[in-house]
Design a protein around this ligand. Sequence first.
Ligand code: C5P
Length: 210
Amino acid sequence: MAFVVALDGPAAAGKGTLARLIAQHYGFHHLDTGLTYRATAKALMDAGLPLDDEAVAERVALTLDLAGLDRAELSRHDIGEAASRVAVMPAVRRALVEAQRAFSAMEPGTVLDGRDIGTVVCPQAQVKFYVTADPEIRAQRRLDEIVERGGAQDFQSVLSDIIQRDERDMGRADSPLRPARDAHLLDTSKMRIEAAFSAAKTVIDSALRT
Ligand code: C5P
């Protein structure tokens, strides 16, 4: 059975960066599962289709090609918003979770990051992390990214978006964001990414030895 590292947590907590570092260090395949929801939402928007028609969205989700996911192309703020709306629909989740599970079986191991990896997609994962940080810290990080890309937005609106996204992701009926019972908690509020990676490495090394 492939070794699976599951990382869950709210937006801008640092789980994507951490997942990439872990995958690179161990030579594991990495899937940012947020991109699967984003790509589904973008395909609907590009085709001028509604974001709340479950049967239509399911059809799009079923044809998604994981190999063609491009973070740069999908990083737009409105796509993230739309993704969290399509992500509440159980038929969409079923289709995407199946593709994510197939990915997770790749040898020698995989790292998946998202909202429901440790709880729903890969409950058997050998190592699970719940990566979080205070909303204000996450909003500042998101704002720094926006400014770096040449954009402009004010802190309050980024913060209120983050809070609204948290509420939607934690409050939905199907696969809400929450830590798995056996997840290791990583609060990156006051921790640099190197320290978070080093803490994660200790846990993974120990699981690889058993
Ligand atoms: O992580 P990212 O911001 O790219 O995810 C976009 C949205 O996709 C999230 O706000 C969430 O609603 C949804 N998502 C999900 N389950 C996952 C990954 C993302 O519901 N495993």
